[in-house]
Design a binder for this molecule. Structure first.
Ligand code: GLU
Ligand code: ZN
Length: 488
C-alpha cells in the first residue's frame, strides 16, 4: 500500500507544540514507509481565521525541518502550492463539499434543516432542563420534498445535516485498539453551514479521501469525532483509512498542557533560543521512545525507529527541565557552523563584533548555555568591560597585594608574548601554566584575579578562553585597568 499521511492545521495563529508533534509523527510515519506526507489548510471556520497564519505556519515547519510532498508553499512572499491533488486550502474547495453534501441528500443520508438559531437554542434549553441529551430533534427530517423545494427556491437560510443511522459504530485505532459507540449518542451533525462552508467533519472526510490519505494520525482530542467520520465514509462508500490518536500532552502536574501562547507556541521556543533539532527531538519523545533508555535521536534515527503501535496510550508530560537539558546537549554537540548560523540573531549588543570573534565567543560560552538567547547577556562583556569593584579581584585565600603582584607579572607576560600565540588557546594556557609552575604558585592566586580582570565578573568562562577571545590588545587594557583599581 502506498502510505499517505497528512497534517491539516487550522490557521488560527501560532504552531502549538502538540501540533508540531502531530506533524512530526505523520512525517516520520510517511518517511518510514516510503510514503507521501501532505499539508492541508483547514480554514472553514471563518470566525477563527488569523491573517498571516498560513505563511507563518509554512515558515515554522521549514525552520524545524519538516518537509512535505504536497500542500501550500511560499514562493518568495507569495502563497503557492505543490503537488497534484489541490487546492490544499479548504476555502478554495467549496464546490467539492457542496457536491458531496448534495449527493448525500439525494441518497437519503443527509437532509436540509431550516431551523432558526432561536428554535435550536430553545430546544437545547428544554433538553437541559429535562436533563436529556442535547441533540437535534430531527424536526426538519419530516419535511416533504415540495416544501423543501419551495423553501430552497425562496432562498431560506438552511444547513445540511447528516442523518445518523441506527445501531452502533466500531472502528480500530492503531494505538487504542477497537472502539465502539452507540449511534444514539451521536447528534445529526451539520455538514454544510448556512454560510455555504462545510463543517470540519464533512471537509475532513471528503478531503482525506480525495487526497488519498491512508493513515490519519492526530491528537486524542479528535477521537470523539471518529464515529461521525466513519458513518460518513460508509455513506460515501469510501474505503476506510487507518486511525491513530496520540496521547494528550500534560503539564508536570498532569493537567492538560496550558494554552498560554508563551508556553506552547513553537515560534516562541525558537525565539527564546531553543534549537529546531532539540525541539524536534524533544517533541518526538512525547509519547514515544524507540529504546526507552536513550534521549538523543537524529531525525533519521527517529524515522527508522518510528512505530505507531509503540506510541503510549497515556498522557505525555511536557517537562521543561528535560527540554532545557536537551537543548544544552544540542548546543554543545551540533556542528559549529550550524550553531553559529542559529546563534547569529542572539548576540545582542555584541553582534557588531567581527564574525571571527563571535565564533570564538560562541565556542567558549556554549559550554554553559541552556538557550542561545542567553548569549545576549553573556556576550556583552566581550564588547565592553563591565564595571566591577576592586575587591572582586582578590581571591578568597589571598589579598590585594598578591593580586597586584600576579596581575603585574601577567601583564608583562602578555606584553612580551608573540601575538600569534593568541590565536591558539592552548599556547596561552601553556604560557600561563608555566608561570604558575615555575614559581610554585597556586592556581587560584593567579587565575582568579586574571579571570576577573578580563571579564569584570566573578562568574565567567576561564581566563585562557577569555584571553583567547579578547586577544592581546584588549587583554592588556583590561589587566591594566585591574592593576589601577587595586593600586589607586
Ligand atoms: N483542522 C484540525 C485541527 O485544527 C485537524 C484535525 C484532524 O487532524 O482531523 O487540528
Ligand atoms: Zn431543522
Amino acid at each position: 500500500m502506498n502510505v499517505k499521511t497528512r497534517f491539516p492545521p487550522s490557521p488560527t495563529g501560532f504552531l502549538h507544540v502538540g501540533s508540531l508533534r502531530t506533524a512530526l509523527y505523520n512525517y516520520l510515519f510517511a518517511k518510514k514507509h516510503g510514503g507521501t506526507f501532505i499539508v492541508r489548510v483547514e480554514d472553514t471556520d471563518r470566525e477563527r481565521l488569523v491573517e498571516g497564519a498560513v505563511e507563518s505556519l509554512i515558515r515554522t515547519l521549514k525552520t524545524v525541518g519538516i518537509s512535505y510532498d504536497e500542500g501550500p508553499i511560499l514562493v518568495g512572499d507569495k502563497l503557492s502550492e505543490k503537488g497534484g491533488n489541490g487546492p490544499y486550502t479548504q476555502s478554495q474547495r467549496l464546490p467539492i463539499y457542496k457536491e458531496h453534501a448534495q449527493k448525500l441528500v439525494e441518497q437519503g443520508s443527509a437532509y436540509y434543516c431550516f431551523c432558526s438559531k432561536e428554535r435550536l437554542e430553545e430546544l437545547r434549553n428544554q433538553q437541559q432542563i429535562a436533563k436529556l441529551q442535547t441533540k437535534y430533534d430531527r424536526h426538519c427530517l419530516k419535511l416533504d420534498a415540495q416544501e423543501i423545494s419551495r423553501r430552497l427556491a425562496a432562498g431560506e437560510s438552511h444547513v445540511i445535516r447528516l442523518q445518523i443511522p441506527d445501531g452502533e459504530t466500531t472502528f480500530q485505532d492503531e494505538i487504542r485498539g477497537s472502539i465502539t459507540i452507540s449511534n444514539s449518542e451521536i447528534d445529526d451533525q451539520v455538514l454544510m453551514k448556512a454560510d455555504g462552508f462545510p463543517t470540519y467533519h464533512l471537509a475532513v472526510v471528503v478531503d482525506d479521501h480525495l487526497m488519498g490519505v491512508t493513515h490519519i494520525i492526530r491528537g486524542e482530542e479528535w477521537i470523539s469525532s471518529v464515529p461521525k467520520h466513519v458513518i460518513l465514509y460508509k455513506a460515501f462508500r469510501f474505503p476506510m483509512p487507518s486511525f491513530a490518536h496520540l496521547p494528550l500532552i500534560l503539564n508536570p502536574d498532569k493537567s492538560k498542557l496550558s494554552k498560554r501562547q508563551g508556553d506552547v507556541a513553537v515560534e516562541d521556543y525558537l525565539e527564546k533560543g531553543y534549537l529546531p533539532e532539540a525541539l524536534v527531538n524533544f517533541v518526538a519523545l512525547l509519547g514515544f521512545n524507540p529504546t526507552g533508555d536513550r534521549e538523543i535521536y537524529t531525525i533519521d534515527e527517529l524515522i527508522e525507529a518510528f512505530d505507531l503501535t509503540k506510541v503510549n496510550k497515556s498522557g505525555a508530560v511536557f517537562d521543561r527541565t528535560k527540554l532545557d537539558w536537551m537543548n544544552g546537549q544540542y548546543i554543545r554537540s551540533i556542528d559549529s557552523k550550524r550553531l553559529f548560523e542559529l546563534a547569529q540573531p542572539c548576540f545582542g549588543d555584541a553582534s557588531t563584533l567581527p564574525d571571527e570573534q563571535k565564533k570564538k565567543i560562541l565556542g567558549v560560552e556554549k559550554e554553559r548555555l541552556v538557550t542561545l538567547k542567553e548569549l545576549e547577556e553573556r556576550a556583552k562583556m566581550y564588547l565592553a568591560l563591565p564595571e566591577y569593584p576592586a575587591t572582586d579581584l582578590v581571591w578568597k585565600k589571598a589579598d590585594a597585594q598578591d593580586a597586584t603582584l600576579h596581575l603585574t607579572n601577567l601583564l608583562k607576560l602578555v606584553e612580551s608574548t608573540e601575538p600569534a600565540v593568541f590565536d591558539r588557546r592552548e599556547l596561552i594556557e601553556e604560557a600561563i601554566k608555566k608561570y604558575i609552575g615555575d614559581n610554585g604558585y597556586q592556581n587560584g592566586n593567579v587565575l582568579w584575579p586574571l579571570r576577573v580582570a578580563l571579564s569584570g565578573q566573578t562568574q565567567s568562562s576561564g581566563p585562557f578562553d577569555l584571553l583567547w577571545v579578547l586577544g592581546a590588545h584588549e587583554g592588556i587594557q583590561r589587566i591594566t585597568i585591574a592593576i589601577d583599581k587595586l593600586t589607586s
